[in-house]
Design a protein around this ligand. Structure first.
Ligand code: PNS
Length: 334
């Protein structure tokens, strides 16, 4: 191998061997992307173990020369591409070209800010082929999404190596839309169950133009925030305009709706088809309401409350008093 240029901190032989042992018999053709490549040792090792092609990204001129020399020495130059420049820019270009890699090595020479981890990981996720893996090497214990809850992190002296499967970094955001006037225990059950399936759920408080809302959207959203506070992967937003535009803004791939009975189906089917026509990549997924909620709707809650009936059990306990107060004044409208 070529001498290690000044300023390059190469992965030690021990760490490199452990990483490849952990990856196992993973290499059968495919492409590897070696970011912050240094001398290119990781990408070259991947090629020697069966990867068909490699792309190396490195900013330092001397390191780029070392990668070229190492590729020449190992006879892999005609199966490799060396990009000299900034990793962020290179990632943007490759995403634009629709490239996909089976293996990505990222050994940033600096600490990635916690706030940037999510964005960086989602770019890596978009560049990984199905079944692909991401290997992140760092001088400090990882934080954020790669902070131990996902992937496997091993420590070798002062080096931390995390291996993540593609499925662990591609976040699936779902939008759960409705008018929630008010949110019921049935809605909350659907939101909770959606949280167990998707990485993040955005509850979208919209206005159904066919119904007149009793409460402004911001107040309906506040009630939902109150009862979803214990769920980590939920956010609540007021939705203005079309659901498809909202989903695009939120980078959501899925719309989740609860389905209570056959009577719901016709209107839900119509909305799902129209939304699909406007935004074909957005999937609508239905979660079956629990049997005990099959009779429950916001309109029955409004009716019972306005006539002075008991709504305990029909709306989440945390907003019971507020619902009783707000919805008990009938004004001829439910
Ligand atoms: O709880 P609801 O009343 O069934 O919720 C209906 C809602 C708000 C989800 C629906 O009306 C909606 O998606 N509104 C946003 C405007 C829109 O996209 N309309 C076209 C739907 S085909």
């Amino acid at each position: 191998m070529a001498p290690v240029p000044k300023g390059v901190r190469p992965t030690s032989d021990r760490v490199r061997e452990s990483v490849f042992n952990a990856l196992g018999q993973f290499f059968d053709g495919g492409e590897v992307l070696d970011l912050y490549a240094g001398t290119g040792a990781m990408g070259i090792e991947a090629m020697s173990r069966g990867c068909e092609r490699a792309v190396f990204v490195e900013r330092a001129g001397q390191a780029v020369a070392a990668i070229h020399e190492n590729l020449e020495r190992t006879g892999f130059e005609d199966r490799a591409e060396v990009v000299r420049g900034d990793v962020g820019r290179a990632l943007g270009l490759m995403l634009g070209e629709g490239r996909a890699f089976n293996l990505i090595f990222a050994d940033p020479p600096y600490r990635i800010a916690k706030t940037e981890v999510g964005a960086l990981l989602s770019r890596f996720g978009a560049l990984l082929a199905p079944g692909g893996r991401l290997v992140i090497e760092s001088g400090e214990a990882p934080t954020g999404v790669a902070g131990g809850e996902k992937g496997v992190t091993r420590r070798y002296g002062g080096t931390f190596v995390t291996i993540l499967e593609r499925s662990e970094i591609t976040m699936i955001v779902a939008v759960c839309p409705g008018s929630f006037d008010p949110v019921t225990t049935g809605h909350l059950d659907i939101i909770r169950r959606a949280c167990g399936i998707f990485d993040h759920v955005v509850v979208a408080v919209g206005s159904n133009l066919r119904k007149k809302s009793r409460l402004p959207a911001a107040e309906r959203a506040r009630l939902i925030e109150k009862v979803t506070g214990g769920l980590e992967n939920v956010s609540v937003e007021v939705m203005e305009g079309l659901l498809v535009d909202f989903a695009r803004d939120q980078e959501a791939k899925v719309v989740v709706k609860g389905l209570r009975a056959v009577s719901d189906f016709e209107s839900e089917f119509e909305q799902a088809q129209l939304n699909r026509k406007m935004y074909p990549e957005l999937e609508t997924v239905f979660i079956m309401a629990a049997a005990e909620h099959s009779f429950l709707s916001s309109s029955v809650v409004r009716e019972i409350a306005s006539l002075g009936g008991e709504v305990r059990g029909l709306v989440p306990e945390g907003i019971l008093e507020t619902v009783r107060e707000i919805y008990s004044s009938a004004d001829g409208n439910i």
